[in-house]
Design a protein around this ligand. Sequence first.
Ligand code: SF4
Length: 380
Amino acid sequence: MDNQIGLYIHIPFCQSKCYYCDFASYANKNEQMASYVSALKEEINQYGILLQNHQINTIFIGGGTPTVLSPHLLRTILQSLFHNFNIKSEAEITIESNPGTLDLEKLQLLKECHVNRLSIGLQAYQNSFLKDLGRIHTVEEFVQNYYLARSLGFDNINIDLMFSLPNQTLRDWMDTLKNVALLNPEHISCYSLTIEEDTPFGQWEAEGRIKLNDAEADRAMYHYAGWYLNKMGYKQYEISNFSKAGFLSKHNLVYWTYKPYIGMGLGAHSFYNGERYHNTYNLDQYIKLSGSIAVLKEDAEKISLPMQYAEYIFLGLRLLEGISVEQFNHTFQVSFEKLFGKKIEKLVKLGLVENNKNIIKLTPKGLDVSNTVFAEFLPE
Ligand code: SF4
Protein backbone atom coordinates (compact mmCIF):
# COMPACT_ATOMS: atom_id res chain seq x y z
CA MET A 1 0.00 0.00 0.00
CA ASP A 2 1.25 3.43 -0.96
CA ASN A 3 0.62 5.15 2.33
CA GLN A 4 2.96 2.85 4.26
CA ILE A 5 6.14 4.28 5.64
CA GLY A 6 9.06 3.24 7.87
CA LEU A 7 10.32 5.24 10.85
CA TYR A 8 13.88 5.47 12.11
CA ILE A 9 14.57 6.93 15.57
CA HIS A 10 18.16 7.87 16.42
CA ILE A 11 19.51 7.73 19.97
CA PRO A 12 22.97 9.32 19.91
CA PHE A 13 24.31 8.07 23.26
CA CYS A 14 26.75 5.29 24.11
CA GLN A 15 28.35 4.22 27.34
CA SER A 16 31.76 4.75 25.78
CA LYS A 17 32.99 5.14 22.25
CA CYS A 18 34.25 2.06 20.37
CA TYR A 19 37.63 2.68 18.75
CA TYR A 20 36.40 2.16 15.20
CA CYS A 21 33.14 4.10 15.37
CA ASP A 22 32.35 7.32 13.55
CA PHE A 23 28.56 7.18 13.98
CA ALA A 24 26.65 10.15 15.38
CA SER A 25 26.94 9.03 18.99
CA TYR A 26 28.41 10.46 22.17
CA ALA A 27 29.72 9.02 25.39
CA ASN A 28 29.54 10.90 28.71
CA LYS A 29 26.52 12.99 27.81
CA ASN A 30 24.14 11.42 30.30
CA GLU A 31 23.05 14.81 31.58
CA GLN A 32 21.60 15.59 28.12
CA MET A 33 19.59 12.40 27.73
CA ALA A 34 16.36 13.73 29.27
CA SER A 35 16.38 16.98 27.28
CA TYR A 36 17.21 15.03 24.13
CA VAL A 37 14.22 12.76 24.66
CA SER A 38 11.98 15.82 25.23
CA ALA A 39 13.11 17.29 21.90
CA LEU A 40 12.66 13.92 20.21
CA LYS A 41 9.14 13.69 21.65
CA GLU A 42 8.34 17.05 20.07
CA GLU A 43 9.68 15.88 16.74
CA ILE A 44 7.60 12.72 16.98
CA ASN A 45 4.50 14.87 17.71
CA GLN A 46 5.12 17.00 14.66
CA TYR A 47 5.75 14.14 12.28
CA GLY A 48 2.69 12.42 13.75
CA ILE A 49 0.58 15.30 12.43
CA LEU A 50 2.34 15.35 9.06
CA LEU A 51 2.01 11.61 8.58
CA GLN A 52 -1.47 11.14 10.00
CA ASN A 53 -2.66 9.53 6.76
CA HIS A 54 0.21 7.04 6.70
CA GLN A 55 0.44 3.61 8.21
CA ILE A 56 3.68 2.67 9.92
CA ASN A 57 4.90 -0.78 8.96
CA THR A 58 8.37 -0.69 10.51
CA ILE A 59 10.13 1.23 13.27
CA PHE A 60 13.85 0.98 13.94
CA ILE A 61 15.28 2.57 17.07
CA GLY A 62 19.00 2.75 16.43
CA GLY A 63 22.06 4.62 17.52
CA GLY A 64 24.30 4.97 19.31
CA THR A 65 23.03 2.56 21.90
CA PRO A 66 19.31 3.14 22.51
CA THR A 67 19.39 0.83 25.52
CA VAL A 68 21.71 3.16 27.49
CA LEU A 69 18.59 5.24 28.10
CA SER A 70 16.77 4.68 31.39
CA PRO A 71 13.60 2.59 31.34
CA HIS A 72 11.63 5.78 31.93
CA LEU A 73 13.08 7.51 28.84
CA LEU A 74 12.68 4.42 26.67
CA ARG A 75 9.04 4.19 27.73
CA THR A 76 8.52 7.89 26.93
CA ILE A 77 9.78 7.40 23.37
CA LEU A 78 7.80 4.24 22.69
CA GLN A 79 4.58 5.62 24.18
CA SER A 80 4.98 8.78 22.17
CA LEU A 81 5.38 6.77 18.95
CA PHE A 82 2.24 4.77 19.66
CA HIS A 83 0.35 7.90 20.66
CA ASN A 84 1.24 9.84 17.50
CA PHE A 85 1.40 7.31 14.70
CA ASN A 86 -0.93 4.83 13.12
CA ILE A 87 1.23 1.75 13.73
CA LYS A 88 0.08 -1.45 12.06
CA SER A 89 -0.57 -4.32 14.43
CA GLU A 90 1.95 -6.50 12.58
CA ALA A 91 4.59 -3.73 12.37
CA GLU A 92 8.19 -4.76 12.99
CA ILE A 93 9.58 -2.71 15.88
CA THR A 94 13.32 -3.13 16.35
CA ILE A 95 15.64 -1.71 18.96
CA GLU A 96 19.43 -1.84 18.79
CA SER A 97 21.20 -2.77 21.98
CA ASN A 98 24.57 -3.60 23.40
CA PRO A 99 25.26 -6.32 25.91
CA GLY A 100 25.98 -4.68 29.23
CA THR A 101 23.13 -2.18 28.77
CA LEU A 102 20.31 -4.72 28.96
CA ASP A 103 18.73 -6.01 32.14
CA LEU A 104 15.48 -7.62 33.23
CA GLU A 105 13.70 -4.31 33.81
CA LYS A 106 14.59 -2.85 30.42
CA LEU A 107 13.83 -6.00 28.48
CA GLN A 108 10.46 -6.36 30.23
CA LEU A 109 9.66 -2.76 29.45
CA LEU A 110 10.58 -3.16 25.77
CA LYS A 111 8.36 -6.20 25.55
CA GLU A 112 5.47 -4.36 27.23
CA CYS A 113 5.92 -1.46 24.79
CA HIS A 114 5.56 -3.78 21.77
CA VAL A 115 9.21 -3.97 20.69
CA ASN A 116 9.23 -7.27 18.81
CA ARG A 117 12.75 -7.41 17.36
CA LEU A 118 15.95 -7.08 19.31
CA SER A 119 19.24 -6.37 17.58
CA ILE A 120 22.30 -7.09 19.72
CA GLY A 121 25.75 -5.80 18.80
CA LEU A 122 28.20 -8.54 19.65
CA GLN A 123 30.87 -8.21 16.89
CA ALA A 124 33.18 -11.05 17.99
CA TYR A 125 33.05 -14.09 20.26
CA GLN A 126 36.46 -13.53 21.86
CA ASN A 127 36.91 -11.15 24.78
CA SER A 128 40.35 -10.16 23.52
CA PHE A 129 38.87 -8.75 20.29
CA LEU A 130 36.03 -7.04 22.15
CA LYS A 131 38.61 -5.32 24.32
CA ASP A 132 40.70 -4.31 21.30
CA LEU A 133 37.62 -2.83 19.64
CA GLY A 134 36.77 -0.78 22.73
CA ARG A 135 33.49 -2.63 23.27
CA ILE A 136 31.96 -2.26 26.74
CA HIS A 137 30.94 -5.88 27.18
CA THR A 138 32.23 -9.41 27.40
CA VAL A 139 31.05 -12.51 25.55
CA GLU A 140 29.65 -13.80 28.86
CA GLU A 141 27.47 -10.69 29.28
CA PHE A 142 26.23 -11.12 25.72
CA VAL A 143 25.24 -14.74 26.35
CA GLN A 144 23.44 -13.78 29.59
CA ASN A 145 21.54 -10.97 27.85
CA TYR A 146 20.66 -13.24 24.94
CA TYR A 147 19.15 -15.94 27.15
CA LEU A 148 17.37 -13.36 29.29
CA ALA A 149 15.75 -11.88 26.17
CA ARG A 150 14.76 -15.36 25.00
CA SER A 151 13.25 -16.19 28.39
CA LEU A 152 11.11 -13.05 28.16
CA GLY A 153 9.75 -14.13 24.79
CA PHE A 154 11.87 -12.18 22.30
CA ASP A 155 11.53 -14.49 19.32
CA ASN A 156 13.12 -12.30 16.65
CA ILE A 157 16.74 -11.52 17.52
CA ASN A 158 19.49 -10.21 15.28
CA ILE A 159 23.18 -10.46 16.18
CA ASP A 160 25.61 -8.00 14.58
CA LEU A 161 29.09 -9.34 13.82
CA MET A 162 32.24 -7.88 12.31
CA PHE A 163 35.10 -9.56 10.49
CA SER A 164 38.52 -8.54 9.22
CA LEU A 165 39.41 -7.22 12.65
CA PRO A 166 43.09 -6.46 13.29
CA ASN A 167 44.92 -9.74 14.08
CA GLN A 168 41.78 -11.82 13.52
CA THR A 169 42.41 -15.12 11.78
CA LEU A 170 39.98 -17.12 9.71
CA ARG A 171 39.88 -19.60 12.59
CA ASP A 172 38.79 -16.84 15.03
CA TRP A 173 36.03 -15.80 12.64
CA MET A 174 34.93 -19.40 12.20
CA ASP A 175 34.66 -19.71 16.00
CA THR A 176 32.58 -16.54 16.20
CA LEU A 177 30.17 -17.78 13.54
CA LYS A 178 29.94 -21.23 15.09
CA ASN A 179 29.18 -19.98 18.58
CA VAL A 180 26.63 -17.47 17.38
CA ALA A 181 24.86 -19.90 15.04
CA LEU A 182 24.63 -22.39 17.93
CA LEU A 183 22.55 -19.83 19.83
CA ASN A 184 20.13 -19.96 16.91
CA PRO A 185 19.18 -16.28 16.49
CA GLU A 186 16.71 -15.51 13.71
CA HIS A 187 19.01 -13.07 11.94
CA ILE A 188 22.76 -12.44 11.66
CA SER A 189 24.49 -9.43 10.09
CA CYS A 190 28.16 -9.68 9.10
CA TYR A 191 30.08 -6.54 8.22
CA SER A 192 33.70 -6.18 7.23
CA LEU A 193 35.47 -3.65 9.46
CA THR A 194 36.19 -0.41 7.66
CA ILE A 195 38.61 2.06 9.12
CA GLU A 196 37.31 5.60 9.35
CA GLU A 197 39.82 8.45 9.48
CA ASP A 198 38.51 10.36 12.49
CA THR A 199 38.58 7.45 14.92
CA PRO A 200 41.30 5.98 17.15
CA PHE A 201 41.54 3.08 14.66
CA GLY A 202 42.09 5.59 11.83
CA GLN A 203 44.90 7.17 13.78
CA TRP A 204 46.45 3.85 14.82
CA GLU A 205 46.37 2.60 11.26
CA ALA A 206 48.10 5.77 10.04
CA GLU A 207 50.77 5.25 12.72
CA GLY A 208 51.17 1.62 11.70
CA ARG A 209 50.01 0.35 15.10
CA ILE A 210 47.22 -1.76 13.64
CA LYS A 211 47.06 -3.55 10.36
CA LEU A 212 43.96 -4.67 8.51
CA ASN A 213 43.55 -7.93 6.66
CA ASP A 214 44.41 -7.85 2.99
CA ALA A 215 41.57 -8.10 0.47
CA GLU A 216 42.12 -11.82 -0.05
CA ALA A 217 41.80 -12.68 3.64
CA ASP A 218 38.79 -10.38 3.94
CA ARG A 219 37.02 -12.13 1.07
CA ALA A 220 37.89 -15.56 2.47
CA MET A 221 36.12 -14.60 5.71
CA TYR A 222 33.13 -13.25 3.82
CA HIS A 223 32.82 -16.36 1.66
CA TYR A 224 33.15 -18.61 4.67
CA ALA A 225 30.30 -16.76 6.41
CA GLY A 226 28.06 -17.26 3.38
CA TRP A 227 28.86 -20.95 3.12
CA TYR A 228 28.69 -21.74 6.84
CA LEU A 229 25.56 -19.76 7.67
CA ASN A 230 23.76 -21.32 4.72
CA LYS A 231 24.73 -24.75 6.09
CA MET A 232 23.28 -23.70 9.46
CA GLY A 233 19.90 -22.76 7.97
CA TYR A 234 20.41 -19.06 7.30
CA LYS A 235 19.66 -17.67 3.89
CA GLN A 236 21.80 -14.82 2.67
CA TYR A 237 19.29 -12.31 1.33
CA GLU A 238 21.47 -9.21 1.20
CA ILE A 239 25.19 -8.50 0.82
CA SER A 240 25.73 -8.54 4.60
CA ASN A 241 22.55 -10.08 5.99
CA PHE A 242 21.43 -13.63 6.72
CA SER A 243 18.14 -14.82 8.14
CA LYS A 244 16.03 -17.81 9.02
CA ALA A 245 12.97 -18.18 6.76
CA GLY A 246 10.47 -15.40 7.42
CA PHE A 247 12.85 -13.25 9.48
CA LEU A 248 14.25 -10.82 6.90
CA SER A 249 14.64 -7.34 8.36
CA LYS A 250 11.48 -5.58 7.21
CA HIS A 251 12.91 -2.21 8.12
CA ASN A 252 16.06 -2.62 6.08
CA LEU A 253 13.94 -3.87 3.20
CA VAL A 254 12.28 -0.42 3.22
CA TYR A 255 15.71 1.04 2.32
CA TRP A 256 16.68 -1.61 -0.19
CA THR A 257 13.37 -1.56 -2.04
CA TYR A 258 13.39 2.24 -2.32
CA LYS A 259 10.40 2.88 -0.10
CA PRO A 260 9.91 6.11 1.90
CA TYR A 261 11.05 6.53 5.49
CA ILE A 262 11.28 9.30 8.02
CA GLY A 263 14.20 9.59 10.42
CA MET A 264 13.80 11.39 13.73
CA GLY A 265 16.52 12.36 16.15
CA LEU A 266 20.04 13.70 15.78
CA GLY A 267 21.40 13.47 12.22
CA ALA A 268 18.60 11.08 11.18
CA HIS A 269 18.06 10.75 7.44
CA SER A 270 14.72 10.76 5.62
CA PHE A 271 13.53 9.89 2.14
CA TYR A 272 10.06 11.19 1.49
CA ASN A 273 8.24 12.45 -1.62
CA GLY A 274 11.38 11.92 -3.72
CA GLU A 275 13.42 14.15 -1.41
CA ARG A 276 16.34 13.24 0.83
CA TYR A 277 17.42 15.26 3.84
CA HIS A 278 18.82 14.81 7.31
CA ASN A 279 18.46 16.48 10.69
CA THR A 280 21.20 18.59 12.20
CA TYR A 281 24.23 16.68 13.54
CA ASN A 282 24.70 19.21 16.35
CA LEU A 283 23.39 17.79 19.63
CA ASP A 284 22.96 21.14 21.41
CA GLN A 285 21.19 22.58 18.41
CA TYR A 286 18.93 19.54 18.11
CA ILE A 287 17.87 19.94 21.72
CA LYS A 288 17.44 23.71 21.39
CA LEU A 289 15.28 23.44 18.28
CA SER A 290 13.03 21.07 20.20
CA GLY A 291 11.41 19.26 17.33
CA SER A 292 10.92 22.16 14.89
CA ILE A 293 11.08 19.87 11.92
CA ALA A 294 11.40 22.52 9.21
CA VAL A 295 14.46 24.08 10.91
CA LEU A 296 16.10 20.78 11.86
CA LYS A 297 16.14 19.72 8.23
CA GLU A 298 19.48 20.07 6.38
CA ASP A 299 20.80 19.32 2.88
CA ALA A 300 17.33 18.71 1.44
CA GLU A 301 17.70 17.45 -2.09
CA LYS A 302 15.04 16.55 -4.60
CA ILE A 303 16.41 13.44 -6.27
CA SER A 304 16.64 13.80 -10.05
CA LEU A 305 15.07 11.04 -12.10
CA PRO A 306 18.40 9.62 -13.38
CA MET A 307 19.58 9.50 -9.78
CA GLN A 308 16.35 7.80 -8.70
CA TYR A 309 16.93 5.11 -11.33
CA ALA A 310 20.49 4.61 -10.09
CA GLU A 311 19.52 4.47 -6.42
CA TYR A 312 16.68 2.07 -7.12
CA ILE A 313 19.05 -0.23 -8.98
CA PHE A 314 21.99 -0.22 -6.63
CA LEU A 315 19.90 -0.52 -3.50
CA GLY A 316 17.90 -3.33 -5.13
CA LEU A 317 21.03 -5.14 -6.28
CA ARG A 318 22.13 -5.39 -2.64
CA LEU A 319 19.39 -8.00 -2.35
CA LEU A 320 20.38 -11.42 -3.61
CA GLU A 321 17.00 -11.87 -5.29
CA GLY A 322 17.96 -8.88 -7.46
CA ILE A 323 15.67 -6.48 -9.26
CA SER A 324 12.88 -7.15 -11.70
CA VAL A 325 13.06 -5.25 -14.98
CA GLU A 326 9.27 -5.34 -15.15
CA GLN A 327 8.96 -3.82 -11.68
CA PHE A 328 11.47 -1.08 -12.59
CA ASN A 329 9.53 -0.24 -15.77
CA HIS A 330 6.28 -0.16 -13.82
CA THR A 331 7.72 2.06 -11.04
CA PHE A 332 9.25 4.65 -13.34
CA GLN A 333 7.17 4.19 -16.50
CA VAL A 334 10.33 3.97 -18.61
CA SER A 335 12.19 1.20 -20.42
CA PHE A 336 15.00 -0.34 -18.36
CA GLU A 337 16.30 -1.96 -21.52
CA LYS A 338 16.64 1.39 -23.30
CA LEU A 339 18.30 3.06 -20.33
CA PHE A 340 20.60 0.31 -19.11
CA GLY A 341 20.55 -2.52 -21.66
CA LYS A 342 24.14 -1.87 -22.81
CA LYS A 343 25.48 -1.53 -19.27
CA ILE A 344 23.86 -4.78 -18.24
CA GLU A 345 25.31 -6.52 -21.30
CA LYS A 346 28.79 -5.27 -20.36
CA LEU A 347 28.42 -6.34 -16.72
CA VAL A 348 27.12 -9.76 -17.77
CA LYS A 349 30.17 -10.21 -20.03
CA LEU A 350 32.44 -9.31 -17.11
CA GLY A 351 30.68 -11.96 -15.01
CA LEU A 352 29.54 -9.41 -12.41
CA VAL A 353 25.81 -9.53 -13.07
CA GLU A 354 23.39 -12.12 -14.38
CA ASN A 355 20.20 -11.50 -16.28
CA ASN A 356 17.83 -14.40 -15.98
CA LYS A 357 14.47 -13.78 -17.61
CA ASN A 358 14.68 -10.06 -16.80
CA ILE A 359 15.65 -10.56 -13.17
CA ILE A 360 18.99 -8.80 -12.70
CA LYS A 361 21.27 -10.03 -9.92
CA LEU A 362 24.85 -9.71 -8.79
CA THR A 363 26.90 -12.86 -9.36
CA PRO A 364 29.17 -14.14 -6.55
CA LYS A 365 32.00 -12.27 -8.29
CA GLY A 366 29.80 -9.14 -8.46
CA LEU A 367 29.03 -9.41 -4.74
CA ASP A 368 32.73 -9.05 -3.99
CA VAL A 369 33.02 -5.81 -5.94
CA SER A 370 29.50 -4.52 -5.49
CA ASN A 371 30.51 -0.86 -5.20
CA THR A 372 32.21 -0.99 -8.60
CA VAL A 373 29.06 -2.45 -10.11
CA PHE A 374 26.84 0.15 -8.42
CA ALA A 375 28.98 3.00 -9.75
CA GLU A 376 28.11 1.90 -13.31
CA PHE A 377 24.53 3.10 -12.84
CA LEU A 378 25.31 6.60 -11.62
CA PRO A 379 24.32 9.38 -14.02
CA GLU A 380 27.27 10.79 -15.98
S1 SF4 B 1 28.23 0.99 20.57
FE1 SF4 B 1 27.87 1.25 18.38
S2 SF4 B 1 27.35 3.42 18.10
FE2 SF4 B 1 28.23 3.20 20.15
S3 SF4 B 1 30.37 3.68 19.89
FE3 SF4 B 1 30.20 1.45 19.70
S4 SF4 B 1 29.89 1.08 17.49
FE4 SF4 B 1 29.54 3.27 17.87
